[in-house]
Write a protein of this length. Structure first.
Length: 274
């Protein structure tokens, strides 16, 4: 049994957060700055996220009455304002995912802060509010990242993997709530393949990926889980609609004693601050 259980409201045994990273073609421009526009097939795949998957997923979550968090590089927000509008109109949160999906631990602290602030300005301008949450691209949190999150007034991070339940990241400057994730709950290793991104893995069927997610849920039913998806993968028809037109979400939404909750941060405060 878990030794530090969270007292979730109403006797719930766990809280599950479904989050989405809308990286779009930022990662291709980052990897191939001078030649990204020549990689037409990869561009089409990555643009599928903001142009097709976002409206589809927002409609799906409206059906379930759920609100989610979308982590967006600010570069993507500037280039896909219609996707931003769709997300906001659906009542969802847009959180910080840096500017061009650059990796914090590949930058010096001054560079990391400068690009972070540039992204925050875009988020504030396009959403009307400063970001509350952050996820490091590719989970590449640096030694300076916590100080930057505290300095810039963010409330939570969703990059690290140090527990099964929310925990505090703290130093002498302050603290943020960590909402932990894990590679096993990311759709990238299950679904992604691209020569242009130097990642060639045999894609799994949606049922195989779901088997892994459901196994994790079964083991962690009394714990916390964060399912992190990338929109050009999770938004395609089979993963989102499931077999024979049904939605795999149905399997999660009605499991006995389970609560789906997009406001995990507020619930996490019961453990970390209450």
């Amino acid at each position: 049994m878990i030794t530090n259980p969270v007292p979730w409201p109403h006797g719930a045994r766990c809280a599950v957060a479904f989050t989405f990273d809308m990286d779009a073609d930022s990662i291709l421009h980052l990897a191939h700055h001078a030649s990204a526009d020549t990689r037409v097939a990869a561009l089409s795949m990555l643009r599928y996220g903001p142009e097709v998957a976002v409206p589809r997923l927002v409609d799906l979550y409206a059906r379930f009455g759920m609100r989610q968090t979308f982590f967006l590089p600010a570069w993507c927000m500037e280039r896909y304002p219609a996707a931003v509008e769709t997300i906001l109109n659906g009542g969802h949160e847009i959180a910080h995912h840096r500017y061009l999906h650059e990796h914090p631990n590949a930058l010096d602290p001054d560079q990391e802060l400068s690009w972070f602030q540039r992204a925050s300005e875009v988020i504030a301008r396009m959403t009307g509010q400063r970001p509350r949450g952050f996820r490091a691209p590719s989970y590449r949190f640096s030694r300076a990242t916590l100080d930057i999150l505290i300095q810039e007034g963010l409330t939570y991070d969703a990059s690290l993997m140090g527990d099964d339940v929310p925990y505090l990241l703290a130093n002498d400057r302050g603290q943020v709530v960590e909402l932990p994730t894990h590679y096993a709950m990311d759709d990238w290793p299950h679904c992604m393949t691209s020569r242009d991104l130097a990642y060639m893995m045999p894609p799994k069927s949606p049922s195989q990926a779901m088997e892994g997610y459901q196994a994790e849920f079964s083991e962690l039913n009394a714990r916390y889980g964060d399912d992190d998806a990338h929109l050009w993968q999770a938004g395609i028809p089979a993963p989102i609609y499931g077999p024979a037109g049904g939605s795999y979400g149905d399997d999660f939404a009605y499991i006995d004693e389970m609560v789906l909750c997009s406001r995990v941060l507020a619930l996490a405060a019961l453990k970390t601050c209450g």
